[in-house]
Design a protein around this ligand. Structure first.
Ligand code: SF4
Length: 509
């Protein structure tokens, strides 16, 4: 079949958050780099961020409410952004030849399914391509190979599996003339009711690393020379309330990813298991590109394991830090740093941070207060290592906001007994100890979200029809091994101890 393919649009869905919690709205980096590559190959590309468009509409017309409350099986969620029918109207006016939809995490599955269904109904001749981390992991189910009907999105024609950059040009060519081009590697589809996927293409990360940040929505701020990207303007990114950490407003926030994956294999985390890094010159090009358009006040590293990997990988991490220090940027690590990487070489990473003095925020992924649970979930640290690292950091990084993360609610994992109520209590005592001793400034307690395959199947079997929103936001998961009320109490107790000690919690998850 032949068709004219010139304009490629990627639509990101509305943002979902539990009712009462401001949604974190961050740059759709995956969509941007795919659009960048399509643009480089000669296509006309557009990003349409449904959440941002709703917020922009509210700025122009304050009577417009960009937030809808949706009740799903008795639980309220906020959906922030344009309504589905508004998105359809706007997409139709853009007149794309191919529509990409992004699904980067499980909370977006329901929104993406509704949006795809509505798009297919109104614009039935336009191919719908789904991409994003969540879509990659669950492409078979999305294309119909599942025992749970809620998994499937019949309106989706193709799913990009894995990184989209090495795939997008070939896919758009295939869609322009399927008699001339083959279905490319890295793309799954349905043929005769069967899911067809021919494997992943070769991918050189460094060939595609510099994103075209002109594609980001932006806003002019009075008194500011350069525009602000809209995500910085909204000011509730992954790092949380930056104005509290940095003490100023309208901060130009640049979330950077200098590596992919982790190298470890924790049971609850769906980060890619292999750690791969961008070259230093590409990291610098990314920073320079963002700086020239918007200016940068703060760089937040989104890497899963910034200081980890082998010796070469570590050299690169230290080179990046040195270069950033030279440029004078304030930085943070809201995605956390592994304790293994912080403790290695006599806490070399922490000592380097202390020497440079530019690290404003570190998330410490302590996870749990029990060695048995840490072993069970395959966490690459134990309590002793956590304590040593926190003590060392609190001595040399006094001005860095040190935020501790803890998780409870682990079911039986790899044949090991589930977490007990006593172990949950131990975690509370450990949190209290770390806060009272001043090893941490603030602590966040989370309940396990069953996002990995290991836990997701368990959840889906218990709740075959439950909305996906419950999965990420840990509502109605049922896989927790003891009454939910214990976890609710734990949330309250951790909140209280932060308050009693006068600690500001800078993000709500
Ligand atoms: S160490 Fe952290 S990023 Fe790596 S797999 Fe474990 S939880 Fe995920």
């Amino acid at each position: 079949m032949k068709r004219c393919v010139e304009r490629f649009l990627i639509v990101t869905p509305r943002i979902v958050s539990p009712a009462g919690v401001s949604p974190r709205i961050h740059q759709p980096f995956g969509s941007i780099i795919v659009l960048t590559e399509a643009k480089r190959c000669g296509f006309d590309v557009i990003l349409f961020d449904s959440a941002v468009e709703g917020l922009k509409k509210n700025i122009l017309d304050s009577s417009y409410n960009p937030r809808e409350i949706e009740n799903l099986e008795g639980i309220n969620y906020w959906k922030t952004g344009l309504r589905i029918e508004e998105i359809i109207t706007r997409v139709a006016s853009i007149n794309p030849d191919v529509i990409g939809l992004s699904c980067s995490n499980v909370s977006e599955r329901n929104e993406v399914a509704k949006l795809a269904t509505a798009l297919k109904k109104s614009l039935s001749s336009i191919p719908l391509v789904l991409g994003g981390y969540e879509a990659s992991l669950w492409y078979k189910e999305i294309l119909g190979n599942t025992q749970f009907p809620i998994d499937e999105i019949p309106a989706i024609d193709f799913v990009v599996v894995g990184p989209g950059q090495p795939v997008i040009n070939n896919l758009l060519l295939y869609l322009s003339d399927s008699t001339k081009y083959d279905l490319p590697k890295g793309v799954a589809t349905r043929i005769n009711n069967k899911v067809v996927f021919r494997g992943l293409p070769r991918f050189d990360y460094n060939r595609y690393s510099v994103a075209d940040f002109t594609l980001l929505p932006k806003i002019k701020i009075v008194g500011r020379l350069k525009p602000l990207d809209f995500y910085s303007y909204v000011g509730n990114p992954h790092a949380g309330k930056l104005e509290i950490i940095l003490g100023s407003k309208n901060i130009s926030y640049f979330p950077i990813t200098t590596s992919y994956g982790c190298g470890f294999n924790c049971s609850f985390c769906d980060a890619d298991k292999k750690l791969r890094r961008y070259k230093l010159e590409n990291v610098i090009r990314m920073i320079d590109a963002f700086e020239s358009l918007y200016g940068i006040d703060y760089i937040d590293f989104m890497d899963n394991n910034f200081g980890g990997g082998n010796q070469d990988s570590r050299f690169l991490a230290f080179d990046i830090l040195a270069q950033i220090k030279k440029s004078g940027y304030q930085i943070g690590f809201s995605n956390g740093l592994t304790f293994e990487s912080m403790a290695r070489e006599d806490h070399r990473l922490i000592r380097q941070f202390a020497d440079y003095g530019n690290v404003r925020h570190i998330a410490f992924p302590c996870e749990n207060g029990n060695d048995r649970i840490l072993r069970m979930i395959r966490k690459p640290h134990d309590i002793e290592l956590v304590k040593k690292t926190l003590v060392f950091s609190s001595n040399v990084l006094q001005k860095t906001n040190r935020e501790g993360f803890f998780i409870g609610g682990f079911p039986k994992t790899s044949g090991k007994l589930a977490e007990t109520p006593q172990e949950l209590e131990n975690t509370y005592h450990f949190i209290r100890y770390c806060l009272e001793k001043g090893f941490l400034h603030q602590a966040i307690f989370l309940t396990l979200s069953p996002v990995t395959k290991e836990y997701r199947f368990l959840w889906r079997k218990l709740y075959p029809n439950a909305s996906f929103e419950h999965c990420l936001f840990s509502r109605k998961t049922g896989i927790w091994p003891y009454p939910n009320v214990l976890l609710d109490e734990m949330h309250e107790k951790v909140k209280l101890i932060n308050e009693q000690l006068g600690r500001l919690v800078t993000r709500k998850l």
